[in-house]
Ligand binder design. Structure first.
Ligand SMILES: *Cc1c(COP(=O)(O)O)cnc(C)c1O
Length: 813
């Protein structure tokens, strides 16, 4: 592998500057935060909209990295390492991957389509891996960056590749084609997803088909819009549910919970059972079936394997565990690539110093067992895991390769010994192949609460953060407000994610919120908006930074700080410029200056104020007058005290509406959670939270019967009623009852019947095909939080922060 990496990088157009030492390369990285970076890493310094990995090259040199692909060499790094200087590091990464791909001759299946790529990939891996050493792209690594990273993971032992390619706009596919060069093409489907980037459907199809420029065959559901784009040298191998013109004609029949596919292929006619009924799964399974036919599998193997297909769980989930643990659930796959990803995720999310991994045997690496477990142990050492729990025959054999490791022959043996393993105050990564049924372990370790959960999409938070960052002028810093438990979304988890994204500051309302973040391992500076005098000692002890807003508070803080002999303790000064909530008023500025002049006890890190009307364009003039007063007061303070602290005045809607007043920093709040008061901007943000519950009971009542307290709902006709275990004590306002609000069940609206109770509410499911135990969406895509806020005559902030702490938060990406 080493030689191939070196050859591939030497072939890209670049200027080489270096000493040619340390050329033993074994891995490629673009993530400066990964603990896996080391002397054998080739690092590509990518430049994103908001990040520039060149800034971390010096840090990476400390961890031993010596080979970099860069657009320029950072000052002071010359001659200390090997640098390939290129015009564009992303292009270089793609060229490098394409060169690397060329070393391998085996069949590569390339997947594209609007939906189903990842599922088809995972299923094909499951269906083909008994006979091949499969390399596949991890999770949904299907983009301009993900594809090269996936391809680079190929090694000499693999003999089949499965890669997915996703595009959002024209002309991206050609680049992915050069990197994947699939020999077998699969077009999963042409839905309407991501249509925005294309002129029309034809353009989209043409673009997708360009992935198969050099393929021997392309497999797709017959469609005359597609036919004309099949390249002349490529054979089409088609299937259909409707047209006998296709090479394979499939008739589907539902039987109990399964679907029987009757397959007609040339002379053959046979049935294949799959354990699904929904249209998407049946379509995806048909694509898989076609690949098996193309690979000339016999009928009974196809039948045996297809009936074992399973729902694909594609998300890494963070959950609260028993005894104050946090658990990361990745209990559906176990291969080397996905282990690397899970360990990086653990590092970005860990809430406790102590880290444990529960790991099953690892499959399909293509390496010998000895090589494989050597690599796994190196990986685990570099990620500084405190304890390794191995489950499976093979990992047990290689126990000695790990430190602080115990092993069990199987999951049952682990469960039998569970009580002795003492899980507490640690972050636990649970990573295992499906056959090990680690969901049983997750169940044991998971904190038990009732069935209502608020699901938080961490990717959406990252996305929204970057959206607002992209509106900032260069060098403007960002403080993110995580007060009120991250606007109801979970304080520590979100703070950890923000720390990972290197935000400059966090803001909380009260000292205790800041203390729990610090105790949880957050080391980003934290400003406390409303420090009570009684909390000053704790603020100092935990290195929090108080916002000081009045003379009384300033004197009290200085007194304590002097007693403790502090020097230059960071504080923030807030002016009241019109909000009339907290802040020094204009007439106190003389005394403020006099008090602070010549003082060495505190250091003013920033000066701030807060706008009362940043979201209300009818009050534009008022906001401008606030900004003008802020300019005046802050300038005066700076010039009198000879200081140049950060200045900031904008919250979320300020960032959008007063771009010219960003000063040195902005304070992002609600926008992070996917909410904007501007409808256009709202469309560009991603939903972060989905409040979910389940149906506890269903009954049908006759006309003239009633539902709930006070008989507030009277049925006019027979009505099917479902009870959901969420009520006003969970934060659902009573105003949302009596037909005002609704929940979504099976994609249909079910309106709320009668009054909302403390712990439950009832909805009308007449005509909805649902059963007890089915999922219920209380808010998320529909109804949205914004819609609820409007109907309830309040603002999204209140809806989000009202969700009670007894509702479990589940984080995923
Ligand atoms: C809450 C808060 C913010 C963030 O406001 P959003 O409207 O949620 O962006 C900014 N500054 C101060 C002082 C705040 O209290």
């Amino acid at each position: 592998m080493s030689q191939k990496i070196l050859n591939s990088i030497q072939k890209i157009p670049a200027t080489f500057l270096g000493n040619q030492e340390n050329r033993d390369l074994d891995a490629v990285s673009i993530d400066s935060r990964s603990l896996q970076n080391g002397p054998q890493t080739l690092f590509f310094a990518l430049i994103g909209a908001n990040t520039d990995a060149h800034l971390y090259i010096q840090d990476l040199m400390v961890t031993g990295v010596r080979n970099f692909v860069v657009t320029h060499i950072p000052n002071g790094c010359e001659t200390k390492a090997n640098f390939y200087v290129v015009d564009d590091t992303l292009v270089a990464l793609q060229q490098f991957a394409a060169n690397y791909r060329d070393f391998f001759e085996f069949p590569i299946i390339g997947l594209t389509g609007s939906n189903g790529k990842t599922i088809v990939k995972e299923w094909l891996n499951f269906l083909l891996s008994p006979d091949y050493n499969v390399i596949r792209s991890p999770k949904s690594y299907n983009s301009q960056i993900g594809v090269p990273l996936s391809v680079i993971a190929i090694n000499e032992k693999h003999n089949l590749g499965i890669f997915e390619a996703g595009i959002s706009t024209s002309s991206e596919m050609a680049k992915l084609e050069e990197i994947i060069k699939p020999t077998v093409g699969v077009l999963t489907n042409i839905g309407s997803a991501h249509d925005q980037g294309f002129l029309n459907v034809e353009e989209k199809i043409k673009e997708k088909m360009s992935l198969f420029k050099n393929s021997k065959v392309i497999i797709y559901q017959i469609d005359n819009r597609v036919d004309s784009f099949v390249f002349p040298k490529t054979k089409a191998f088609t299937w259909s549910f409707v047209s006998k013109e296709a090479d394979v004609f499939i008739v589907k029949n539902r039987v109990l919970d399964d679907t029987i596919l009757n397959v007609q292929f040339g002379e053959e006619n046979f049935d294949v059972k799959i354990p699904f009924q929904d249209a998407a799964s049946v379509e995806n399974a048909s694509s898989c079936l076609m690949v098996l036919l193309y690979f000339k599998y016999d009928i009974s193997t196809i039948q045996n394997r297809m009936q074992l297909l399973y729902p694909v769980e594609m998300r890494l989930k963070v959950k609260n565990g028993i005894n104050n643990c946090s658990i990361i659930d990745d209990s559906y796959s176990s291969d080397f690539q996905s282990l690397k990803i899970a360990l990086d995720f653990l590092e970005s999310q860990k809430q406790y110093e102590k880290k444990t991994i529960i790991l099953s045997d690892i499959f399909q690496s293509g390496l010998s067992k000895d090589e494989l477990y050597t690599k796994v142990s190196q990986l685990i050492v570099s990620n500084k895991m405190d304890r390794v729990i191995g489950i499976g025959e093979t990992i047990s054999e290689f126990k000695d390769k790990f430190t602080n490791c115990i092993t069990f022959k199987n999951t049952a043996a682990f469960i039998a010994d569970f009580e002795n393993l003492d899980f507490s105050n640690e972050t636990i990564l649970i990573k295992g192949a499906r056959s090990f049924q680690f969901e049983e372990i997750v169940y044991l370790l998971e904190e038990k609460t009732h069935e209502t959960v608020l699901e938080i999409n961490l990717n959406a938070i990252s996305y929204n953060l970057n959206f607002f960052k992209s509106k900032l002028k260069p060098k403007v810093k960002i403080m993110v407000m995580v007060k009120a438990f991250g606007y109801g979304n979970g304080g520590l988890e979100i703070a950890k994610l923000l720390q990972h994204h290197k935000v400059d500051y966090l803001g909380v309302a009260f000292a205790d919120e800041g203390i729990s973040l610090k105790n949880g391992g957050v080391n980003v500076p934290i400003m406390v908006l409303n420090p009570e005098n009684t909390s000053f000692a704790a603020i100092i002890q935990h290195q929090l930074e108080p916002e000081i807003y009045c003379l009384k508070g300033l004197h009290a803080f200085l007194k304590i700080a002097k007693q403790k002999n502090l020097e230059q303790f960071p504080i923030h000064i807030k002016f009241d410029t019109g909000m009339h909530r907290l802040g020094f008023e204009e007439n106190t500025i003389e005394e403020l200056i006099a008090t602070l002049k010549g003082n060495n006890t505190v250091q003013i890190k920033s000066i701030l104020s807060h706008l009362a009307t940043s979201d209300a364009l009818e009050h534009m003039d008022f906001a401008h007058s606030q900004i003008a007063l802020f300019e005046k007061l802050s300038s005066r303070l700076m010039s009198e005290l000879y200081i140049k602290p950060l200045r900031h005045i904008l919250n979320t809607s300020g960032i959008s509406n007063f771009q010219e007043s960003q000063y040195d920093m902005v304070r992002l709040g609600i926008g992070l959670y996917g909410i904007s008061n501007d409808p256009e901007e709202q469309k560009q943000l991603e939903d972060v939270g989905t409040l979910k519950s389940v149906i506890s009971q269903i009954r049908t009542i006759a006309a003239r019967e009633s539902v709930g307290y006070g008989r507030k709902f009277m049925a006019e006709k027979p009505t099917k009623v479902a009870t959901i275990p969420i009520g006003y004590a969970d934060g659902i306002s009573r105003g949302w009852g009596n037909g005002v609000g609704f929940v979504t069940i099976k994609n249909e609206k079910a309106s709320i019947l009668g009054s909302i109770c403390m712990d439950m509410l009832m909805v009308d499911v007449t005509g909805i095909d649902c059963k007890e135990g089915d999922a219920v969406i209380v808010f998320g895509q529909s109804p949205t939080v914004a819609y609820m806020a409007q109907k309830l005559n309040t603002i999204s902030y209140e809806i989000l922060t009202s969700i009670s702490q007894r509702v479990k938060r589940v984080f995923f990406r």
